[in-house]
Design a protein around this ligand. Structure first.
Ligand code: ADP
Ligand code: MG
Length: 257
């Protein structure tokens, strides 16, 4: 039986939104990169953002933690309107983990130090507490025993898993991934995707820009297709990926799959 969506349930759903984006526009000079994006991610949801190069995927992700300032529109993260000049952006950002294509580890710090530095400096955890959290997360990404290694001594896949463990060590309520496997040799992609799948299974709220369609199909609750700064299509992966309605989605998928 279908239960009608009462106002109360509709409100509960909105309250459940970890990210709520309304009317988002972003221009760089004369170039309008995002042209009116409405979008939300609910608690525990995994949303994969797909689309052609230059369509604005990274910009969308970067607007979600205010690495980019929107030109117009509202971005509400975990109940805080981060486009409000009064908002405590740093506090909101602390609750968001971000993983980039380039791993951005500190090259002069070993793995344990990479995982503990922000915990100590930003969260004011003691060295012992930070190290314990770091070890727990290293185990989660399958890298126990690599505490003393330096980034250059690790493979790209291992470095990316360290970057994920570092983000997790801050206890985020939302993880943003921007093409986390695009810089990796093909044989190293699987281990990183496995870690991401585990996080999804554990209920982590995730926004993932990716070209890994098999991952999107299996793990995403929703796939969003972005094209020229607009969402053309979104829905369950089995719909968007298998039976895309929009001709541009079809053209994109036929090129990539
Ligand atoms: P995608 O991640 O989908 O490939 P991006 O969000 O990186 O797309 O970029 C969308 C468009 O915005 C591109 O044309 C890119 O050149 C432009 N762009 C992105 N960041 C900047 C910037 N800081 N300054 C100027 N143009 C930018
Ligand atoms: Mg990008």
């Amino acid at each position: 039986m279908t239960v009608p969506l009462t106002a109360e349930r509709a409100n509960a759903r909105t309250a459940d939104a970890v990210v709520r984006i309304r009317g988002l526009h972003k221009s760089f000079g004369p170039t309008e990169v995002l042209r009116g994006v409405d979008f939300q991610v609910r608690r525990g949801e995994v949303v994969c953002v797909v689309g052609p190069s230059g369509s604005g995927k990274s910009t969308l992700l970067r607007c979600a933690n205010l690495l980019e300032t929107p030109s117009a529109g509202r971005v509400v993260v975990r109940g805080v309107d981060i486009t409000d000049p009064e908002a405590d952006i740093d506090r909101v950002r602390r609750g968001i983990g971000m993983v980039f294509q380039q791993f951005n580890l500190f090259p002069h710090l070993n793995v344990l130090e990479n995982l503990t530095i922000a915990q100590r400096r930003v969260l004011r955890r003691s060295s012992g507490e930070a190290a314990a959290v770091a070890r727990e997360n290293l185990a989660k990404v399958g890298l126990s025993g690599k505490e003393d290694s330096y980034p250059a001594q690790l493979s790209g896949g291992q470095q990316q898993r360290v970057a994920i463990a570092r983000a997790l060590s801050m206890g985020p309520g939302l993880m943003l991934f921007d093409e986390p496997t695009s810089a990796l040799d093909p044989e190293l992609v699987g281990d990183v995707l496995t870690v991401m799948r585990t996080l999804a299974d554990e209920g982590m709220t995730m926004m993932v820009v990716t070209h890994e369609m098999a991952f999107a199909r299996e793990v995403a609750d929703r796939v969003v297709f972005l094209d020229e700064g607009r969402i053309l299509e979104q829905g369950r992966p089995e719909h968007v990926l298998a039976e895309p309605v929009h001709p541009r989605t079809r053209a994109f998928l036929s090129r990539i799959i």
